[in-house]
Design a protein around this ligand. Structure first.
Ligand SMILES: C[S@@+](CC[C@H](N)C(=O)[O-])C[C@H]1O[C@@H](n2cnc3c(N)ncnc32)[C@H](O)[C@@H]1O
Length: 230
């Protein structure tokens, strides 16, 4: 790829990242359901997930970071048109994709029709009530659309509640926004960072992180000084 195109793509993503960061910091809810419905109405696969080498590599890296080959219940947040969800089909007994856009969910259902274990639900994760626990939760390129620190912290706690003990959570976020997201996630004592992969792609660098849930009584026992023998 010519150097000028890499530079232009890098600058465009940097500007988008800084804009997202500024919006997140001031806590504005810019990205409503209407925003995403309009985007999907303009055409299918708005981020070229099914054709872009960059995106396909990202999906491979996410699958590689997973410590287990199979899961019983998988939740994908911001599942879009189901390009990545289709790759999760063989991993989970049950896979649920949630997306704020009804149109994206409709297209995702059509794409994943061959997988009876994959379901989609059109819902805003900030408000959705979900049942049961998941042993794998994936949030790729979605958390920075949710709002400011308080909103993100609310979703973080909801995800921690939905995660089974010892379950795994994967976050994918562009840099430098990822640092802000990680700081918010570190503040939940049940979530423990296990692994971080930094992809230094010049067009748009990003971080993939793997977290696990350690039940609160274990984390507080670990931080309490051991009782001394009389
Ligand atoms: C950039 S796409 C990422 C798609 C997918 N996770 C991937 O990496 O291939 C972000 C998706 O998140 C969805 N989304 C944004 N805000 C959401 C919210 N509050 N609740 C659920 N989905 C949301 C959008 O509709 C969009 O499909």
């Amino acid at each position: 790829m010519p150097r000028s195109r890499i530079l232009a793509a890098g600058l465009a993503h940097l500007a988008q990242g800084l804009y997202g960061l500024a919006c997140a910091l001031v806590g504005r809810r810019l990205y409503s359901r209407g925003y995403f419905e309009r985007l999907y109405r303009r055409g299918s696969d708005p981020w070229n997930y099914s054709t872009s080498d960059y995106e396909q590599r990202k999906y491979r890296l996410v699958l590689e970071i997973l410590p287990r080959a199979s899961y019983s219940r998988v939740l994908e947040l911001g599942s879009s048109e189901g390009v990545f969800t289709a790759m999760l089909g063989p991993l989970g007994t049950e896979v649920l994709g949630i997306d704020i856009s009804h149109l994206a969910c409709e297209r995702a259902r059509a794409r994943c029709a061959p997988f009876p274990n994959i379901r989609f639900r059109a819902a805003d994760i900030r408000e959705a009530e979900l049942e049961g626990r998941f042993d794998l939760i994936l949030c790729s390129e979605v958390l920075y659309y949710l709002g400011g620190r308080r909103v993100l912290a609310g979703v973080r706690d909801k995800l921690a509640d939905l995660l089974a003990d010892g379950g795994q959570l994967v976050l994918v976020n562009p840099l430098p926004l990822a640092w802000w997201v990680h700081k918010v996630f570190r503040a939940n004592r049940e979530l423990q960072l296990l692994h971080e992969h930094l992809e230094r792609d010049l067009r748009r660098p990003y971080a993939i992180t793997l977290w696990t849930k350690v039940p609160e009584q274990v984390t507080s026992a670990a931080s309490t000084p051991a009782a001394t023998a009389p």
